[in-house]
Write a protein of this length. Sequence first.
Length: 113
Amino acid sequence: MQEARDVFPTSFLLDDQQRRLILSWSDGHEGIYSWERLRRACPCAICAGEGGAPGRLQRRQHLTTEETTLVNLEPVGRYGLTPIWEDGHRTGIFTFEKLRQLCECPQCRASDK
């Protein structure tokens, strides 16, 4: 069995129709991530907040289409990915570990119960 730190994304698909990201992982897992949930989970200081102050997204109930449209992913070293959003936002770095935790595939949803 591979350890979590040895697992990494091998390819991705932006599913425009269902507004989701599909990540293929080196261990054979296929992760599914809704674009809105991924944007709301952005770990950057602007979105998530810092120093006890809430982030911009924490105070908003609704996000715009531009804020939740994923246009690309960029690798960050050997540990993460940065989503590039249609509104120009690109400062959130999602570690591979965090992406696995956010997975919304049926298998992962079932194990969360």
